[in-house]
Design a protein around this ligand. Structure first.
Ligand code: SF4
Ligand code: SF4
Length: 253
């Protein structure tokens, strides 16, 4: 059986999700044997930019015309397009500007002077807002084991099962004390898609919600509960918007 052709791509982002793949040191040789990696600029200067792909993994958000053109071209090549990480699945931290083009242009001019106004810069959008996406893997960055499981499922020709529980459930399974009940001003675990094994609360750090909202999350109901620990409502909403700002918190309005 021919090895599936795979491309790994980065749009506007920090390359953290691609780094997770390169950091799979114990599995990398086996992966290279099972996958025909055609296009991976972060790992190789020799790439095939034209061939059709069975799987394209795309990290980062669409924040320029160049990003958008690249993404549409990747979509045209790929059978399965996987949005990789918070920037790709929900816009991530860049989307906090809420698509306010004027404010973004003012910031460009403030930081870079008149030159900034000529930069190829668009309001940041998630990959999922620009092209049809077959699968989304959340996280900032994605979880290594989840990425390996996704590749294993795709090698078998089917998608992995969705995570349908919140970070809060994994915190209970880890037998952590609840940070909210212990007085932490805010922990996004009750509203956030699980799959990270409650990585942050297990280290005593409140969840920032990097994996995006669990379906059925109701921030409108959660904000008054969070407010009982003393944080003002606007600070709570700002924290909730840190990741996947547009996709996430309409119900909090
Ligand atoms: S989701 Fe996080 S790790 Fe991935 S590109 Fe965006 S900022 Fe970087
Ligand atoms: S606990 Fe929250 S912030 Fe930490 S990795 Fe998991 S989803 Fe992201």
């Amino acid at each position: 059986m021919p090895r599936p052709r795979v491309g790994i791509f980065g749009l506007t982002g920090c390359a953290g999700d691609q780094l997770v793949l390169l950091d799979c040191e114990d599995e990398l040789l086996a992966l290279a044997g099972m996958l025909d990696i055609r296009d991976f600029l972060m790992a190789s200067s020799q790439n095939d930019g034209d061939s059709p792909l069975e799987v394209a993994l795309v990290e980062g958000c669409v924040a320029s015309r160049r990003d958008e053109e690249r993404l549409r071209r990747i979509r045209g090549r790929a059978r399965w397009l996987v949005a990789l990480g918070a920037c790709a699945t929900g816009g991530g931290v860049p989307a906090m500007d809420d698509g306010n083009d004027r404010a973004r242009r003012e910031r460009l001019a403030t930081v870079y002077g008149q030159t900034g106004l000529s930069y190829d810069s668009l309001p940041p959008r998630a990959v999922t807002e620009v092209v049809p996406v077959d699968l989304s893997l959340p996280g900032c960055p994605v979880e290594k084991q989840e990425l390996l499981a996704l590749l294993a499922h795709l090698l078998q020709g089917h998608p992995p099962p969705p995570v349908e529980w919140p970070v809060c459930a994994e915190c209970r399974m880890a037998e952590n004390r609840c940070l909210l009940l212990d007085g932490a001003p805010l922990c996004c675990g009750p509203l956030t898609v699980g799959g990270c094994q409650a990585r942050c609360p297990s280290l005593g750090v409140p969840c920032l919600g990097c994996r995006g909202p669990i379906e059925d999350a109701d921030p409108g109901a959660a904000v008054p509960v969070f407010a009982q620990n003393g944080l003002p409502r606007d600070a709570i909403e700002a924290r909730l918007r840190l990741f996947s700002a547009r996709a996430r918190w309409e119900k909090a309005e």
